[in-house]
Design a protein around this ligand. Structure first.
Ligand SMILES: CC(C)(COP(=O)(O)OP(=O)(O)OC[C@H]1O[C@@H](n2cnc3c(N)ncnc32)[C@H](O)[C@@H]1OP(=O)(O)O)[C@@H](O)C(=O)NCCC(=O)NCCS
Length: 283
């Protein structure tokens, strides 16, 4: 779910089946999102929750509704608080990019094997929202990040940060950013630096590569999001010139007391149809 669906859409409550997540986690998953610009009320959320047959509803709503969580615990489902998503934005061309280095460069990559391996390393310790819920297997969540990144590779939306290695013609993959692009903006979906290269200021070079790519095609802004607890990356964004824009809360509403993945049979993916299915994996 990108910036438009989560922030700009005026639809009250958006409901999507999530067939990929359902298949991955072995229980039916649905996404309910209250976009920031909508004026949806809690009763619209209640109604959508009541009409859902999904085992798990991943609900996102603007964090300003501080009173909603207590109400969500009284809907006949278990409410699992799963942190927040912080959305930041940068006007393209305003970034405080580091000085270019002859030993570092960014380029689009189609190297699936390298992307698969790098995403595993970069996101192995990432505290994503699935970890809040014992129903979701952390290894399956990481596999989801890999699949999501590989879809971006197939669509030409994966930027690699490379650095010179030992030999004159050799290079190393140091970081990755997957992007979704429309006329107006570039949204960074997944980004990071491989663990061995972290802490050396390389991430800012990756951001520069993405900002330059956005400018080259005339886009006005670059946007990005992460879990609220990830203050480390938000410091890097602030240094680069991004500004915080919006915060949404994530709550999983599960049908019964959540059980660990190992305790469950694997049911088929959900049937029924509510809105359009989520395409790629989403935060
Ligand atoms: C967050 C991340 C992108 C930063 O990349 P980086 O190249 O290491 O960035 P920097 O070198 O500029 O360091 C950023 C901060 O993280 C700290 N840091 C970097 N590596 C660290 C490590 N291994 N342990 C603890 N802190 C570390 C730096 O000290 C710096 O802190 P400061 O802001 O107080 O100066 C990288 O750590 C990463 O890939 N993390 C996992 C994926 C992720 O969280 N992605 C963002 C959400 S999509």
């Amino acid at each position: 779910m990108g910036w438009h669906d989560v922030i700009e859409s005026e639809a009250a409550v958006q409901a999507w089946e999530s067939p990929l997540e359902s298949a991955r986690f072995g229980c039916s998953v649905e996404r309910l999102t209250v976009p920031v610009m909508s004026e949806a009320s809690l009763s619209a959320v209640r109604e959508a929750v009541g009409g859902s047959a999904a085992d798990v509803i991943v609900l996102r709503y603007p964090a300003e509704h501080v009173g909603w969580f207590a109400e969500l615990t009284a809907l006949g489902r278990t409410a699992v608080f799963a942190d927040s998503l912080a959305y930041w934005r940068l006007r393209a061309g305003r970034g405080r990019a580091p000085e270019p280095s002859p030993d570092l460069w960014t380029e689009e990559t189609a190297d699936q094997a390298a992307v698969r391996e790098s995403i595993s390393g970069i996101f192995a310790m990432y505290g994503n929202h699935y970890l809040a819920n014992p129903l979701f297997d952390p290894a399956a969540a990481l596999a989801g990040y890999r699949e999501w990144a590989l879809r971006s590779v197939a669509e030409g939306g994966c930027v690699a940060l490379r650095g010179r290695a030992a030999g004159p013609d050799e290079s190393r993959l140091l970081g990755l950013a997957t992007v979704e692009e429309d006329e107006r903006r570039t949204e960074i979906l997944l980004a990071g630096v491989v663990p061995q290269a972290q802490g050396r200021g390389l991430y800012a070079h990756l951001l520069r590569g993405v900002e330059e790519r956005a400018l080259a095609r005339g886009a006005a802004e670059v946007v990005i999001s992460t879990q609220g607890h990830n203050t480390r990356v938000q410091r890097a964004w602030a240094r680069y010139g991004f500004e915080p824009a919006h915060t949404l809360l994530t709550v999983h509403l599960t049908r019964s007391r959540p059980r660990r993945a190992s305790e469950r049979p694997r049911p088929p993916a959900s049937g029924g149809s509510r809105g359009r299915p989520t395409g790629p994996h989403a935060h």
